[in-house]
Design a protein around this ligand. Structure first.
Ligand code: 13P
Ligand code: SF4
Length: 323
């Protein structure tokens, strides 16, 4: 597993870097796709900011020759699988994901051997080799829709996120869904006691909870009478913040999302459920590394043809299903 990186160093002159990046982007026919957890200055510069599903769909639709993925490695790999004619760059190849590391292709093969008739549904937070052994991929945006699209009589192996899998089993009522025991160390560390304290401090607030949270299961029993709670992907939280008449929200996910929530809803208040919910991998991406990536044409993300062809099948199903 990749070691969890240290916090990044202090930010440099943002406006000079922005100009440099915009010029390089135009010269190289490149676009920048950023995940909702990216630091604010990167979100503000990106051509597109969204959740994992939206990033994958947008990569497919973009006419640009080069895609710079400001996110983590599996997001860049997903773009490389879906867009074989584009050059996909990640500004820091060490930007991994603790959840994606929680299952290997060998473990998937062994699990499949125990359940030979099962359908394998992999969260997009997995390696290309794991996707190549899967029937469907999903994200937190469409996991329920993907599972509902599968014959109810078929057994499902859902991997690797235990909390998302448990959430999907609960929502769909499906009893023949087996869940892998993997987790994201950032979301698993958001605990219900800290959330309960935030709820007490902000009466009338709505709770927005990402299904990767370790607290999801217990959090469902948490809200006192009248406190609305939604379990949503990061883009789902953005949509809910616009739609809801509430003015204060407690947000249980990586704190990078608060930049976009606050930017798009300047009159509303967003409070992190846990201030320390920071993804160290997401924060490896910096404006300087994006500049260097465009200038030096690095680090290219390429997937061997045999794995790519097989992984494309579940990924195409993923982008076709759900919102
Ligand atoms: P979303 O699909 O909701 O963007 O989540 C991706 C992720 O890595 C969550 O930690
Ligand atoms: Fe992976 Fe967790 Fe970071 Fe998301 S927040 S990229 S699941 S380590």
């Amino acid at each position: 597993m990749n070691p969890i990186p240290d916090a990044p160093a202090a930010a440099p002159d943002v406006s000079a870097l922005r100009e440099e990046i915009l010029a390089l982007k135009a010269a190289r026919d490149a676009v920048i796709l950023a995940h909702n957890y990216q630091p604010g200055p990167i979100q503000d510069l990106a051509d597109y900011v969204g959740d994992s599903l939206a990033m994958a769909r947008w990569a497919q639709r973009s006419p640009a020759r080069v895609l710079v993925v400001a996110g983590v490695h599996f997001m860049a790999e997903t773009a490389a699988i879906l867009c074989p004619d584009k050059r996909v760059l990640i500004p820091d190849p060490e930007a991994g994901c603790s959840l994606a590391e929680s299952i290997t292709a060998e473990q998937v093969a062994a699990w499949k051997a125990e359940h030979p008739d099962a359908v394998v549904v992999s969260y997009v937070n997995t390696s290309a080799a794991v996707k190549a052994l899967s029937d469907y991929c999903c994200t937190s945006s469409n996991a329920v829709a993907v599972v509902e699209a599968i014959d109810p009589e078929r057994e499902i192996l859902f991997l690797p996120d235990f909390y998302l899998g448990s959430h999907v089993a609960r929502v769909t009522g499906r009893k023949n869904l087996h869940v892998w025991w993997g987790e994201c160390h950032v979301h698993a560390a958001i605990d219900p006691e800290t959330m309960a304290a935030k709820v007490a401090q902000h009466p009338g607030a709505e709770l927005l909870v990402h299904p990767e949270c370790g607290c999801t299961t217990r959090a469902l029993a948490l809200p006192p009478e009248g406190v609305p709670m939604q379990v949503l992907s990061t883009d789902g939280m953005i949509a809910e913040s616009r739609r809801s008449p509430r003015t204060t929200f407690i947000v249980a996910t990586e704190v990078g999302l608060l930049h976009r929530l606050r930017k798009e809803n300047p009159d509303k208040t967003f409070v992190p459920a846990q201030d320390e919910a920071v993804c160290p991998f997401m924060n490896l991406i910096t404006l300087e590394k994006i500049r260097d990536s465009l200038r030096e044409d690095r680090y290219a993300v390429e997937v061997p043809a045999a794995i790519r062809e097989r992984a494309l099948i579940p990924l195409e199903r993923m982008v076709a299903i759900g919102r």
